[in-house]
Design a protein around this ligand. Structure first.
Ligand code: PXP
Length: 239
């Protein structure tokens, strides 16, 4: 059975929408672990729109499974990782105005391979495992091996966004092929982005991917699975 990394960013999104102290992603991580999460994932963005430095500090001290922090290769982020020392850093590209991560790190672009190699070397020297978020593409898998990361997280966004069976099957085949290539090259194979309750099973059926990082769909479902109790609790106080 594959591992599940639960991404708790959007608990923090709700908190930041009001600038208050709740809901706190730290207890969300503990609840996810009690429910069987194998890993807690979060993304510290340069604009701090959801996860804050304090969250990382407390999560690093309290997560019982593994803390996987997604971040860009900026100097500020690398310094933060070296200070906080999560179990793993997943390097992702980041564009300031994007709504969410828009694609994998394109290591075929001039300079990116060197920049990512340097970041991986620094993180590994600090005792932090490294993963690369990459599109399911042969050149990106080969580049992930070259930069020295132990894990590739295949970007499943194009698969998740496909709106017809032909495109979905083509994207599934791309992921399967990249996953096989990565496993053969000795990489640990993870996948994520845009996965939800209705699209994850065909990927799981491939039986090649060893870990899934899923956030938005889990937090979105938690809103509805908890809403009835939340309303009842408030009614009880008014009564
Ligand atoms: N993996 C990576 C590298 C991501 O950037 C994200 C989004 O932060 C996820 C997984 C989780 O994506 P989603 O919230 O769509 O499940």
């Amino acid at each position: 059975m594959a591992d599940l990394g639960v991404n708790i960013d959007h608990v923090a999104t709700v908190r930041q929408a009001r600038g208050v102290s709740y809901p706190d992603p730290v207890p969300a991580a503990a609840i996810a672990e009690m429910a069987g999460a194998d890993q807690i994932t979060c993304h510290i963005r340069c604009d701090r729109r959801h996860i804050q430095d304090r969250d990382l500090e407390v999560l690093a001290a309290t997560v019982q499974t593994r803390l996987n922090v997604e971040m860009a290769t900026d100097e500020e982020m690398l310094l933060l990782a070296e200070r906080i020392k999560p179990h793993q850093v997943t390097l992702v590209p980041e564009r300031p105005d994007e709504v969410t991560t828009e694609g994998g790190l394109d290591m075929t672009q001039p300079g990116v391979l060197d920049e990512v190699s340097a970041a991986v070397a620094r993180l590994e020297a600090a005792g932090i495992r490294t993963a690369i978020f990459a599109d399911p593409d042969a050149a990106q898998v080969a580049a992930t091996v070259k930069v020295g990361a132990g894990t590739i997280e295949l970007n499943t966004a194009a698969y998740a966004e496909a709106d017809n069976d032909i495109d979905r099957d083509r994207e599934l085949a791309r992921i399967a092929s990249a996953a096989r290539q990565a496993a053969k090259a000795g990489l640990f194979v993870a996948a994520g982005h845009g996965l939800h309750y209705h699209n994850v099973q065909p990927l799981a059926d491939l039986d090649i991917i060893e870990e899934y990082n899923i956030g938005h769909a889990i937090i979105a479902r938690a809103v509805f699975s908890g809403l009835e109790d939340a309303v009842r609790d408030m009614k009880a106080l008014l009564d």
